[in-house]
Design a protein around this ligand. Structure first.
Ligand code: NI
Length: 272
């Protein structure tokens, strides 16, 4: 593990807790971003993790013979372990510790590649809407673009202070239960004061799992690569489970692949 080189100011820490997000100009070096780009593009080229249920398309029905609109790889460092040894990883963990405290655990990594000119928007959502309804979460996602993130290519947008309430009702994109991606109900009424966060390559935004966020379509001529690291305090059981009915309605190809991969490994099945 590399030694971290970043220390947040008390103003940055206070901003994150008050607003539910934070923008950091540099989390790693240009040199490391270039190395990561090569690793990243290769993983998408070979659809790493497809059979393991770790490759999916968020905004379509994700058929095997379909060109993905918004391809994602869950746990990319499982397929490219060199991602674990980056300065980026060390600095992201340092940021998580400074924001949430020393008990943080690593919750995984994630890669989202928006193809040039055809990338779909990732609609407004709260990450916790995908989580288990019977658990309480205090988690963050650290989102790092591997090229500039701009209004044109799909930078992050946040609704300030949206992390202070509970999880809002969500539905699968287009109300299609075969689509994995979720969208908050009635986004127009909830996002009037949203803030865009353009970033240089290797910069980062941090958001809480309850913060409403969105990225636009990629209208540029280059792919928009985002690498995401997630950290959190250990989830705690709630006294009463919440009703995340939108998860119960979903029937996706991805769920089928995850199930098949688990059966192949003789692992007991559990709900995501
Ligand atoms: Ni999200």
């Amino acid at each position: 593990m590399r030694s971290p080189t970043i220390e947040l100011t008390s103003e940055q820490i206070a901003f994150f807790h008050r607003e539910g997000y934070l923008s950091i100009p540099a989390l790693t070096t240009a040199e490391e971003v270039a190395q990561m780009c090569d690793i990243y593009d290769h993983l998408f080229q070979v659809k790493a993790g497809r059979d393991q249920g770790d490759h999916l398309d968020l905004t379509t029905t994700d058929e095997d013979d379909q060109e993905p609109a918004l391809p994602q790889i869950l746990n990319p460092s499982k397929y490219a372990p060199e991602l674990k040894a980056t300065l980026l990883r060390a600095n992201a963990e340092a940021v998580a510790r400074q924001l949430l405290g020393p008990e943080i655990i690593y919750r995984g990594d994630h890669a989202i590649r928006k193809p040039p000119r055809s990338g779909a928007a990732t609609p407004w959502h709260q990450d916790e809407a995908y989580n288990h309804p019977a658990m309480a979460y205090d988690e963050i996602s650290i989102w790092i673009p591997l090229q500039p993130a701009t209004l044109e290519n799909g930078c992050m947008w946040f609704v300030p202070r949206s992390h202070t309430g509970d999880i809002l009702p969500h539905h699968p994109i287009g109300n299609n239960p075969r689509i994995i991606g979720l969208e908050v109900d009635d986004p127009e009424s909830r996002t009037a004061d949203a803030v865009a966060c353009p970033l240089p390559p290797g910069g980062a935004t941090v958001h809480h799992c309850k913060t409403l966020h969105y990225t636009g379509p990629n209208l540029s001529s280059e792919p928009r690569r985002a690498y995401i690291l997630m950290f959190g305090l250990p989830p705690k059981p709630l006294e009463a489970a919440r009703n995340f009915y939108w998860l119960e309605q979903q029937r996706t190809k991805w769920q089928q692949r995850v199930q098949a991969a688990r059966q192949a490994q003789h692992q007991p099945q559990h709900q995501r």
